[in-house]
Design a protein around this ligand. Structure first.
Ligand SMILES: [Zn+2]
Ligand SMILES: [Zn+2]
Length: 490
């Protein structure tokens, strides 16, 4: 591989241009608000309300006239413990603008005609697709932990299968993705799941126009360097500066890198951040890097493209001629990949021009919602190609745990602290709230063993108390509990 592996941090050419992500605008004058192509979020309050009540409260577009609207609005306000005014007030609209699950809040409507549950204790799931936002292992682990949230408190066993028809089929998609319930670009709807049943029942879909993380910023697994396979530590310290994202500083080949411990100068642990010139994902080339330029249908490509696909995923050929070799892979998200917009995840290009001004970093100019965005070509004015800049993102684990609750038969909870509340809330140290435990145990019964808070001996490693029910543990008492568990599950 033509890739320089010697990292000469001592010989740094200090560059005049500083770190991306620091919002610096060439022109501080307020720019006018424009409508961005592919962005259907800017709506009047009335539109927000009608759209919300239609999607989540069964108020059909033709029936949602003034009278029904008031009543339905009251239902929504009751659900969220707001004052039941039936009026479109600021507080109500603010709740409606929060990121949430796509499953309606009222039962007996579309998704949940009758309270269905799985009529068995052994449930299977299969992961059909991955988001390029996260490493595959991180995704597998997030889904595994999300199912465990529920199997820890019920007699259910939930097993992953690698092929064939599973009860719960998991996938990522954008906009209309094959089931008639389209997603909506960044924010807004995050995911949805179908209630237990045959076919699409139990299936769980995640909006790939979101930035999927573990809830507090990009999760970047590094390649090569001297910490291959470890994760970037953000922020990290390099030559006296703290970095919150991958950086090209200290290198002259343009590759982005990060430190995998806080202090690079002390520990010297680093790796390279995902880039299509280092590797590709899936495809048929076993992760080989992109080869630029490559030929596809007689045309030359100098960058990853979505041409030839209708799902919006960026790919490249891994030899210089796709038409001949048919060898390809998908391009990983890079540190400056855009989210949503109309650039299908292409990275930001700095500087870019927008309404005649030059921008060196992400900006909120032109938007009324304060969201940071960038252009993905040199000139927004010429190409109108844009996307949002990376932010904290949404925790795939938390959203999946919520969706799998639906896939097991739970509806939305009116308890704002519950995992099954419709609005997304990030919790760092998640524990399944009582409301959810009560809900799932009403459907499937209790776990047939008593979890204990007794501390584990140090040799057991980081096993949470709930795991005692399922782990092979040497103590007599615990082994007995485990025996009971197995008996009752089988
Ligand atoms: Zn939901
Ligand atoms: Zn779907």
């Amino acid at each position: 591989m033509a890739f320089p592996t010697i990292f000469s941090c001592r010989r740094i050419v200090f560059k005049l241009f500083v770190v991306q992500f620091i919002a610096f605008q060439a022109n501080a004058a307020p720019s006018r608000i424009i409508s961005f192509p592919g962005d259907d979020t800017p709506q009047t309050d009335k539109e927000v309300v009608l759209n919300y009540l239609n999607k989540f409260y069964g108020c059909s577009e033709d029936r949602c006239n003034l009278l029904v609207l008031r009543d339905t609005l009251k239902k929504m306000q009751k659900f969220f413990s707001l004052q039941e005014t039936g009026e479109v007030d600021a507080q109500t609209v603010a709740i409606m603008k929060k990121p949430r699950c796509g499953v309606p809040d009222v039962a007996n409507y579309k998704f949940f005609p009758r309270k269905p549950i799985w009529q068995k204790k052994d449930i299977t799931y299969r992961i059909l697709g991955y988001t390029p936002d996260l490493d595959e292992e991180v995704i597998n682990d997030a889904f595994f932990r999300a199912f465990k949230v529920w199997s820890d408190v019920t007699p259910l066993t939930i097993t992953r299968i690698m092929d064939g028809e599973a009860d719960i089929m998991i996938n990522f998609g954008r906009n209309e993705h094959g089931d008639g319930y389209p997603f909506d670009g960044k924010d807004g709807l995050l995911a949805h799941a179908f209630a237990p049943g045959p076919g699409i029942g139990g299936d769980s879909h995640f909006d790939d126009d979101e930035q999927w993380t573990l809830g507090d910023g990009q999760v970047v697994k590094v390649k090569y360097g001297n910490a291959d396979g470890e994760f970037c530590k953000f922020p990290f310290l390099f030559e006296g500066t703290e970095y919150n994202s991958c950086t090209p500083q200290g290198r002259d080949d343009g590759f982005l890198w990060c430190s995998t411990t806080y202090n690079f100068n002390e520990d010297g642990k680093y790796g390279f951040c995902p880039h299509e010139l280092l590797f590709t994902i899936a495809g048929n080339a076993d992760g080989a890097p992109c080869k630029f330029p490559f030929t596809f249908q007689g045309e030359k490509y100098d960058a990853c493209t979505t041409q030839g696909r209708d799902d919006g995923y960026r790919w490249c050929a891994t030899t210089d001629n796709y038409d001949q070799d048919k060898s390809f892979g998908f391009c990983p998200e890079t540190a400056m990949s855009t989210v949503g917009g109309n650039s299908e995840g292409s990275p930001c290009v700095f500087p870019f021009t927008f309404l005649g001004d030059t921008y060196e970093a992400c900006t909120t100019s032109g938007r009324s919602d304060g969201k940071m965005w960038c252009a993905s070509t040199k000139s927004y004015d010429d190409d109108s190609k844009w996307g949002f800049c990376p932010d904290q993102g949404y925790s795939l684990f938390l959203v999946a745990a919520h969706e799998f609750g639906h896939a097991l038969g739970l509806e939305h909870s009116e308890d704002p602290g519950a995992l099954m509340a419709p609005i997304y809330t990030y919790t760092k140290d998640f524990r399944l709230p009582n409301d959810d435990i009560k809900g799932i145990q009403e459907l499937y019964g209790e776990m047939n063993c008593v979890p204990t808070d007794k501390p584990l001996p140090p040799t057991q490693g980081p096993v949470t108390p709930m795991d005692i029910c399922k782990e092979t543990v040497v103590f007599d008492a615990v082994a007995q509990i485990r025996g009971e568990t197995s008996l009752n599950i089988v």
